[in-house]
Design a protein around this ligand. Structure first.
Ligand SMILES: Cc1cc2nc3c(=O)[nH]c(=O)nc-3n(C[C@H](O)[C@H](O)[C@H](O)COP(=O)(O)OP(=O)(O)OC[C@H]3O[C@@H](n4cnc5c(N)ncnc54)[C@H](O)[C@@H]3O)c2cc1C
Length: 384
């Protein structure tokens, strides 16, 4: 006889832990399955979370290494800096953050199985096959939440096509003296995306970039000045563009598993946790009402799309336009953004997690008009 859970969550990242915590708290018998031996490790993240992303995690301040109030963007000779004069984002130790979120799921009553891989599903008998330290086991579920990250095997097993885009990221921690209040952004360090320097404390920074092609080469070039001070390296993948379908029969897919990261920044914690909340809500109500119909499952997709779907769609357009902007054009764009009235607008309306409103205002700002031809040309190229 198989053990049976109301909800099984696969993946103990921030998204899985949130979904498991909410389901367990509502009284559902919940299992969280994680293939690693430690929740939160290995770290594959720059750990920069907007205020709203950090608060969505519902954690203490114990994982916070630093806070930042602004950013400086550099391209060639052009620099554009803006500063809100107050905390805009948290720099966190992602390992510690994920661990705390996993502990919160356990405290809410979720059972946690570490070093256990979800290796197969039978959708007819609604069982999940597990392989791990305790050997092999088959467990029944009423609802399965797939939060198994960028290489999601659950979405593959459900026959859902892969995400349209994949970014590769490389990052290292370096011993390096930096101002702690600003993140430094370098679009020309990576022609398809951007590079970053994120201050962790006055003598340590995270330096990395994401891209699509020749990522190792761009990274080696970018970190050349700091190469001798490297004390930790990390790499990872960020799927972008969302899956064609984020649900199946009694299965809801959330976070990186559903390619929900923001295409403008690669940040996936905020959208992933928002999706986890919607997934938990649908799982709870389906079990309560004993309604596992296709329309009940589809309501999950309706909820997350209504919440942040437009941000992802708009971000994807910008992501495609960004691919078409050369280093010289980027330098020109940044010099235009450096105008005081535009910087003021960015400071006032900037929202890392919901950038659409700012972008709309920027595109209609009179000082941006000289850039319209450049952006329009890149947009047309992105369509070809
Ligand atoms: C270089 C880099 C920098 C980034 N920087 C930022 C940033 O600054 N801010 C930000 O918001 N986002 C950032 N991201 C993105 C962010 O890390 C992800 O969006 C976020 O971790 C998604 O959370 P998740 O819970 O969906 O997936 P994950 O955190 O990947 O968790 C998935 C979990 O599932 C487990 N798992 C996978 N398959 C199985 C299986 N079959 N059985 C059991 N367990 C399984 C994995 O071990 C993992 O623990 C960055 C990503 C990269 C690569």
């Amino acid at each position: 006889m198989h053990r049976k859970f109301d909800v099984i969550v696969v993946g103990g990242g921030p998204v899985g832990s949130t979904a498991a915590r909410i389901c367990a708290k509502s009284g559902l018998k919940t299992l969280l399955v994680e293939e690693q031996a430690h929740l939160g490790y290995p770290v594959q993240c720059a750990g920069l979370l907007s205020n709203s992303a950090f608060f969505e995690c519902e954690v203490s301040q114990s994982s916070v290494l630093n806070t930042v109030s602004g950013a400086s963007i550099h391209a060639g000779d052009a620099t554009c800096s803006f500063d809100a004069g107050k905390t805009m984002a948290f720099v966190v130790d992602r390992g510690a953050l994920d661990h705390e979120m996993g502990m919160a799921a356990a405290d809410s009553g979720a059972e946690i199985m570490l070093k256990t891989i979800a290796s197969g599903i039978s959708r007819t008998s609604r069982t999940l096959r597990l392989k791990g330290v305790n050997g092999r086991e088959e467990i029944s579920y009423s609802m399965l939440i797939a939060a198994d990250g960028p290489r999601s095997s659950i979405s593959r097993m459900a026959g859902i096509p892969r995400a349209p885009f994949y970014l590769s990221g490389l990052q290292c921690d370096v011993k390096y003296s930096v101002p702690t209040d600003h993140v430094q952004i370098y679009p020309n360090a990576s022609p398809e995306f951007f590079g970053w320097i994120i201050p962790m404390h006055p003598e340590r920074a995270r330096i990395g970039l994401c891209g699509i092609n020749n990522v190792k080469e761009h990274f080696s070039e970018f970190i050349r000045p700091y190469k001798k001070q490297v004390i930790h390296m990390a790499s990872g993948t960020i799927p972008l563009g969302t899956l064609k379908r984020t649900y199946d029969d009694r299965i809801l897919i959330a976070g990186d598993a559903a390619a929900m990261a923001k295409p403008t920044s690669g940040g996936g914690v905020y959208t992933g946790i928002r999706a986890a909340r919607h997934a938990a809500r649908v799982a709870i109500s389906s079990i309560e009402k004993d309604d596992f119909s296709p329309s009940a499952m589809a309501s999950y997709e309706t909820f997350w799309k209504k919440d942040f779907g437009h941000e992802i769609m708009n971000g994807l357009k910008l992501f495609k336009i960004r691919q078409q902007i050369s280093s010289k054009e980027m330098e020109h764009l940044i010099s235009i953004l450096a105008h005081p009235s535009i910087r003021e607008l960015i400071t006032k309306k900037g929202d890392m997690d919901r950038p659409s409103a700012l972008i709309k205002s920027l595109l209609t700002h009179p000082r941006i008009i000289p850039a319209h031809y450049l952006i329009g040309k890149a947009f047309v190229r992105s369509l070809l």
